[in-house]
Design a binder for this molecule. Structure first.
Ligand SMILES: *Cc1c(COP(=O)(O)O)cnc(C)c1O
Length: 431
């Protein structure tokens, strides 16, 4: 049983092995960017083929989507999707209580009210039963998030949406390439939104987003929305007429060219990641009281973030000690060189913007629908429990060459678990 690094033992992950760069930037990416600069087609509203339209075409082709519209960010993508669907004042949009803040902000951008639903304790995605409980006559849409790369329960969510005539906008920011019953996520609901922000599985060199749909009219509407409400058509001169509300949410050519180059290596990277991560998780799954992420049988998981839950009972601790256990494990694992961190410090509904309802003008959009109940500590019990008893690994495992590093991470977990009695003592002493 090795001495823990926190107490002076040698770290399981040597210092000179810890650094991993993401995104992986190769000469092909540099060349793509330079070609975009030299190509003279630097904006997406130029006539004919340009780096942005090329990326749209390749993305749609690789993942089997009919229409793809490139935009400036994943957040802009979500807002544009809701706008195209016609979400507006007085509407409620159901979103998960565990997600990145952008999922909750997007409905507010359209003057609609986000209504949060609790999550499943294993997939960390929307709990369809709780979604159903929160439907009111004002509910207009659901945003399932494929959190951490795991597809949400689309069978049940789509059937709930059909039953209540709700639109479905998939937030697939963390899950490009993940599948549900063989279909790529993003293409299952009415619209799918992706992010190309540098930390995501298929990155750009900065910010970017993509929208996908099989509905030609929605695609048109989102194209207008990204371009001031104008219609830009090949072979027709720009007429500067705005046919509806629009923004300037266009993607630029450099970002598009970079992602297009990354996309050509995606399958190789994905293959290496699946191998590295499955081996890593298989080792960790042997440790008592450690819940590792899993892919449901009808899905493939793309492991954007790895979330581990820790069961206090396995350390002879009372459930109320889960946060103390989590922070002790965080300290011990970090000392070994495993960069465990939290992803989301609180449920989305506890974010100040939603608690204080700081939106537009005089309390809009919440004031449009009256006074919603304030959130209580007892609301969203699963989200709260998961946030309290789990830690995540981010980014480094995305690198296709991180198989060795993940082996060292597994050594670190095994070492800490071999010292379980000491962990229990430390947690008890922390009270
Ligand atoms: C990253 C992310 C977004 C927002 O994407 P940006 O490109 O950063 O605006 C939205 N939803 C989820 C779940 C994300 O992880």
């Amino acid at each position: 049983m090795g001495k823990l690094a926190a107490f002076g033992g040698p770290a399981a992950v040597p210092r000179n092995r810890r650094r991993v760069d993401w995104p992986v930037i190769e000469d092909a990416d540099r060349k793509a960017v330079i070609d975009a600069l030299d190509g003279g087609r630097l904006v997406s509203n130029t006539d004919g083929t340009n780096p942005v339209s090329t990326l749209e075409e390749h993305w749609a082709h690789r993942f089997g989507f009919e229409h793809c519209v490139a935009v400036s960010t994943g957040t802009a993508a979500l807002s544009l999707a809701l706008a195209a669907i016609g979400i507006g004042p007085g509407d409620e949009v159901i979103v998960p209580a565990l997600s990145f803040i952008a999922t909750g902000l997007a409905p507010v951008h359209q003057m609609a009210v986000p209504v949060f639903a609790d999550i499943d304790p294993v997939t960390f995605n929307l709990d369809p039963n709780d979604v159903e409980r929160r439907i009111t006559p004002r509910t207009a849409a659901i945003i399932p998030v494929h959190l951490h790369g795991a597809p949400a329960d689309m069978d049940r969510l789509i059937s709930i949406a059909r039953k209540h005539s709700l639109a479905v906008v998939e937030d697939a920011a963390q899950a490009p390439g993940a599948t549900h019953r063989g279909r790529s996520v993003g293409g299952i609901g009415d619209v799918g939104a992706f992010s190309l922000q540098t930390t995501k599985n298929i990155p750009t060199c900065g910010e970017g987003g993509l929208l996908v749909t099989s509905d030609a009219e929605l695609a048109q509407s989102m194209r207008r929305g990204r371009q001031f409400g104008e219609v830009i058509e090949s072979g027709r001169e720009r007429d500067y007429v705005s046919y509806g509300l629009g923004w300037n949410h266009k993607m630029n050519a450099v970002q598009a060219a970079f992602t297009d180059a990354q996309l050509t290596r995606f399958d190789d990277y994905e293959c290496a990641r699946q191998r590295n991560i499955t081996e890593f998780l298989a080792r960790l799954a042997m440790l008592p009281g450690l819940q590792v992420p899993t892919a449901r049988p009808e899905t493939t998981h793309v492991w954007h973030i790895l979330r581990f839950r820790f069961d206090p009972a396995a350390f002879d601790l009372d459930p109320v000690r889960s946060e103390a256990l989590r922070s002790t494990l965080r300290r011990l694992l970090r000392a070994e060189g495993v960069p465990m961190s939290q992803y989301q410090l609180m449920p989305l509904p506890d974010q100040k913007v939603f608690v204080d309802r700081i939106g537009f003008g005089a309390g809009y959009p919440w004031s449009v629908i009256g006074t919603p109940e304030p959130v209580k500590d007892s609301d969203y019990p699963v989200t709260r429990t998961v946030i309290a008893d789990s830690l995540t690994l981010q980014k480094r495992h995305l690198h296709p060459g991180s198989g060795d590093l993940l082996c060292r991470y597994a050594d670190a977990f095994e070492k800490v678990w071999a010292n379980a009695d000491l962990v229990t003592t430390l947690v008890a002493a922390a009270s």
